[in-house]
Design a protein around this ligand. Structure first.
Ligand SMILES: NC(=O)C1=CN([C@@H]2O[C@H](COP(=O)(O)OP(=O)(O)OC[C@H]3O[C@@H](n4cnc5c(N)ncnc54)[C@H](OP(=O)(O)O)[C@@H]3O)[C@@H](O)[C@H]2O)C=CC1
Ligand SMILES: CC(=O)C(=O)O
Ligand SMILES: [Mg+2]
Length: 417
């Protein structure tokens, strides 16, 4: 990062007041009467109603439009385990995105937990305050146990964004990229660098979209996950292949797809050169991708390249999913976020990329041409169609799959924000 970008990023977070969020009132609180209603004695009435019927919390409090972004700070972007407090700018950032793109109120909660069990205990104890729980930046393998335990214990939807938000956007982008490269998902050889939260969920959802397990080679920091490895947990074991390949160097030759959800600068120009014709390269590590776009484009002109960043074309990032999937889930009060809702989100996101782009979106991204093709495989996060289209697809899937407590919303389609 250049010095000027670094300073601009620090200033953005410090000014005009520290952080990126504040709380606003939605009711009057000026007169004696206002205060008697908002606080004592009036507040006792909704208390009594909620004590009689917990569902009344959706009517008398902000619960129905409130999501908690919760982390233990163990896998902050690709920066690693820097602890809960250091993760706060990212979590405030996620809350900013919830509000900006889906009108969802959100608070960030950074839990200093000494064990996964203590983390689960803490989150389970506060979950009912919120309409949903967005888990963020929790490393594998603990994230799998944590999400499973919380889904079991919490009365509201729990969604680990780095797993499922990333997977939904990655699959939408992959289907579009393969369409552009004229390749079929069941036929392509894929290399996934990284075997953590994002990698595991992405590869699982790629299988649901038609990819073949025997065509996927997954690597962790020690190399290819193969059947001879004795140092891997059961989650990685699911991806073990019976193969002679041991390193990225071995796996990359002839591969059609590289999916990077690992760390910065791990794919070399020479390795990229050895991929199959018309490759798809998703270098999704944040803040620094597995290969710099300038370097990748300098050695291949036939590739579709994406990163996780906003400042290059083709941003494959869970921001395209989590605000909208929660919007749909909250609006039908879905008990959980199921596979049907995820598949509906994929379809809705990828379709928008095929449509002409509104001028307002183009202007916000340097005025460049945005037409479905190698440099534009996904809608931009500011595309006003994401909210109405993705939320409606998700809400419809929740209703049709029987996991919604409310009918499809009468006020849909939503107005863009
Ligand atoms: N663009 C997007 O929307 C998103 C991007 N990401 C990015 O994906 C990356 C991983 O995040 P997440 O899955 O949450 O984190 P995890 O901690 O769960 O997983 C990290 C994985 O990366 C592997 N890894 C680390 N260094 C290397 C290396 N040198 N070679 C191969 N593999 C390596 C680790 O290997 P080991 O198991 O051996 O430790 C581990 O499997 C981050 O960079 C993050 O920014 C994540 C979510 C969303
Ligand atoms: C984008 C994101 O969630 C991550 O890099 O962790
Ligand atoms: Mg994350």
């Amino acid at each position: 990062m250049t010095d000027s970008l670094r300073q601009a990023a620090l200033d953005y977070h410090a000014l005009p007041s520290p952080g990126k969020l504040s709380v606003e009132l939605t009711t009057a609180a000026e007169t004696q009467e206002d205060l008697s209603l908002a606080y004592s004695p009036g507040v006792a009435e909704p208390v009594r109603e909620i004590a009689k019927n917990p569902e009344a919390a959706y009517l008398y409090t902000g619960k129905s439009n409130l999501v908690a972004v919760i982390t233990n700070g163990s896998a902050i972007l690709g920066l690693g385990n820097l602890g809960p407090l250091a993760s706060k700018p990212v979590m405030e950032g996620k809350s900013l995105l919830f509000k900006r793109f889906a009108g969802i109120n959100s608070v960030d909660i950074e839990v200093d937990a000494s064990s996964p069990e203590q983390f689960v205990q803490t989150v389970a104890a506060i979950a009912n305050t919120f309409g949903g729980i967005n888990l963020e930046d929790i490393k594998a393998p603990e994230c799998f146990y944590i999400e499973e335990a919380l889904i079991e214990r919490c009365p509201v939807p729990v969604f680990h964004d780095d797993q499922h938000g990333t997977a939904i956007v990655t699959v939408a982008a992959m289907l579009n990229a393969l369409e552009i490269q004229d390749k079929k998902i069941h036929a392509v050889r894929m290399v996934c660098l990284g075997a953590g939260a994002a990698a595991t969920a992405c590869c699982k959802l790629l299988l649901a979209a038609g990819a073949r397990k025997e065509q996927i080679t997954m690597l962790d920091s020690r190399g290819v996950i193969h059947s001879g490895r004795t140092d891997i947990n059961a989650y990685k074991g699911e991806w073990a292949r019976d193969t002679e390949m041991r390193t990225l160097d071995d796996a990359i030759t002839g591969a059609d797809v590289f999916l990077g959800v690992s760390g910065s600068d791990l794919l070399s120009a020479e390795q990229l050169q050895r991929m199959a014709p018309k490759p798809v390269v998703f270098a999704c590590s944040n803040p620094n991708p597995e290969i710099k776009p300038e370097l990748a484009h300098s050695v291949r002109s036939d590739l579709v390249l994406a990163t996780g960043r906003s400042d290059y074309p083709n941003q494959v990032n869970n921001v395209l999913c989590f605000p909208f999937i929660f919007r749909g889930a909250l609006d039908v009060r879905a008990a959980r976020i199921n596979e049907q809702m995820k598949l509906a989100a994929i379809d809705a996101i990828r379709k928008i990329a095929h449509l002409p782009v509104p001028d307002s979106v183009r202007e916000g991204f340097g005025g460049v041409e945005l037409t479905f093709g190698p440099g534009y495989i996904l809608p931009k996060p500011t595309d006003p169609r994401l909210l109405p289209e993705v939320a409606a697809a998700v809400a419809r899937a929740a209703v049709d799959s029987g996991c919604a407590c409310l009918p499809f919303p009468e006020h849909y389609p939503l107005e863009p924000l």
